[in-house]
Ligand binder design. Structure first.
Ligand code: NAP
Length: 514
């Protein structure tokens, strides 16, 4: 059938919960969150699911980022789906290709891949209560009862606004669009950025390039990464006694969430320990006082997202590495000119300049009740109720949405807990024959106001730095309480925070509506 005729085939206006049928669910994104959501929804009895994926493969951030040195600085035993722990991880902090393979294998083993519409970006979502009209990039239109955005947090590369960027005549690419055809060996490399991505790239390639020129605007604190390769005997044991994997999962959860999560959200003693570890790491690794001074941040450790990396300091200390802290004046056809008038000639320019962290599902156009536009409602400062819902957007849910806990945490556990929360909402709809559920405006406002009051106690706000955590309003767009509290809260939805809509034709002027 011609995809464009689907509009006529789509089921409209048959509220599933009243009819006792399956809801039609659309999930946008086949990355970690999308894969996990399909598995959990199915387990809960929701089986009519279609996943829309803009590219040709599952994996999300692990598919997109292919730069040398890519690894996950969250321990793999914890950066795993709770329903698919993996005894075969090769390292404590696994490398990108292995994580991508794990994502693909999970999607295949759990029957996710077969329900993904690949190369099908979603361009438009419009609420036609109680359903959503979804338009894909190829013009096909479908209607869904429930839409779940699983588009990830950091998926839109940010390009620096530097004069002359387009004039550079050498090879040039963003770290998330790595050009594997470009030879690095023996060449003059320039990299703009000093974040987690840059640190991993510099650690991985400096030994083989001609010169490595690092253009650092702000230095970053780094915790050494206690990398470890797992032995064959250890893997064998985990296969024999799978319960050990759960123990390891819980162990790393406790270590990471209770230390880093607590430190960033107000535990000063734990924060001081992190500062000590970072300072000692820098002092032990960098003998040259001049270089050490350039690498010493002027803000509190963990204010920007902490970097776990043991390879960066040795790499930047090499004879073929230059740490350039003069500001960038412009980019020329031959290289980068710094404020001191010096031209740094380059063959390859790598932009490790991060992502637009305020995008989330955007640029997909999302139009809710009464024509409310999601991008306009956010206006560069995305907010959500409990990070999963927005008032005025019934039956629309987000995974890893705005104001969720991120930082040095496994986002898999966050996404799984959010999926469970959404499933509770679907169960409520089914039990009570509801047509729609939407966050209440008053609940959303008080939830976000409480968070804004708490934000100054976090190191992201008080630590004296700026980072991608900050949105247009100048506020770190993160959950400001210990992340374990978020996970606990999400166990138990408070339905009073939501409009439970029995009949969408009777909601106009309803209390709590957007
Ligand atoms: P990032 O942390 O946002 O770092 C971007 C870097 O580019 C910063 O050093 C920034 O300098 C610099 N920059 C941006 N625009 C610039 C300009 N116009 N001129 C000069 N410098 C400029 O981005 P990222 O390193 O890609 O990391 C983003 C996030 O991805 C991380 O925080 C982390 O959450 C995630 N990540 C995770 C892992 C992992 O192992 N789990 C690995 C990589 C990334 P300023 O600091 O001065 O702004």
């Amino acid at each position: 059938m011609n995809m464009h005729t689907n509009e006529f085939a789509a089921r409209k206006g048959a509220p599933w919960a009243k009819a006792g049928t399956q809801p039609r669910i659309a999930i946008i994104g086949a990355g970690m969150s999308g894969i996990g959501a399909v598995v959990k929804l199915r387990k809960a009895g929701y089986t009519d699911i279609t996943v829309y994926e803009k590219s040709g493969k599952v994996g999300g951030t692990w598919r997109e980022n292919q730069y040398p040195g890519l690894s996950c600085d969250i321990p793999s035993r914890w950066y795993s789906f709770s329903f698919n722990l993996n005894p075969d991880w090769t390292h404590r902090f696994s490398y990108g290709p292995e994580i991508q393979a794990y994502m693909e294998k999970t999607a295949n083993d759990f029957g996710v891949t077969e329900i993904v519409k690949f190369n099908t970006p979603v361009t438009d979502l419009t609420y036609e209560g109680p359903q959503w009209r979804l338009t894909a990039g190829d013009g096909a239109v479908e209607h869904y009862d429930i839409v779940i955005s699983a588009t990830g947090v950091l998926h839109k590369p940010a390009f620096p606004n530097i004069e002359g960027l387009d004039t550079f005549e050498g090879d040039k690419f963003h770290s998330a669009r790595w050009d594997h055809s470009v030879k690095l060996e023996g060449r003059k490399i320039g990299i703009i950025g000093a974040g987690s991505t840059a640190a991993q790239i510099i650690g991985a390639i400096t030994h083989k390039v001609g010169t490595m020129n690092v253009f650092q605007r702000t230095p970053q604190w780094m915790v050494p990464m206690p990398q470890k390769q797992y032995s064959a005997a250890w893997k064998w044991l985990l296969h024999k006694i799978p319960a050990l994997q759960k123990l390891a999962y819980n162990f790393y959860f406790k270590i990471m969430a209770k230390n880093f999560g607590a430190a960033t959200t107000g535990d000063q003693a734990k924060l001081a320990k992190i500062q000590d570890v970072c300072t000692k790491h820098l002092e032990d690794a960098i003998a040259d006082p001049e270089l050490r001074a350039k690498l010493t941040p002027s803000y509190q450790a963990a204010c920007k997202r902490l970097i776990f990396c043991s390879d960066f300091y040795p790499a930047i200390s090499r004879d073929n590495a230059n740490l350039i802290t003069e500001g960038i004046k412009r980019i020329t056809p031959k290289g980068i000119e710094t404020e001191d008038g010096k031209l740094h000639e380059l063959d390859v320019l790598i932009l490790a300049t991060g992502f637009d962290a305020s995008a989330f599902i955007l640029p997909t156009k999302v139009t809710g009740e009464n024509g409310k536009d999601l991008g306009e409602a956010w206006d560069g400062s995305p907010r959500a109720h409990r990070a999963v819902a927005m008032p005025g957007f019934p039956n629309f849910w987000m995974l890893e949405g705005p104001t969720g806990p991120v930082g040095n945490l496994s986002l898999i556990i966050v996404s799984e807990r959010q999926t469970d929360y959404i499933i509770s909402m679907l169960n409520k709809m089914r039990a009570e024959g509801l047509e729609a559920i939407a966050a209440r405006q008053d609940a959303f406002q008080s939830y976000n106001a409480d968070m804004q009051q708490r934000v100054p106690q976090t190191v992201w706000a008080s630590g004296g730095c700026s980072s991608w955590y900050f949105d247009k309003s100048g506020t770190p767009n993160l959950y400001p309480y210990p992340p374990t509290q978020y996970l606990d809260d999400m166990h138990d939805p408070h339905f009073s925070e939501f409009r439970l809509i029995a009949d969408v034709n009777e909601v106009e002027g309803a209390q709590g509506a957007a």
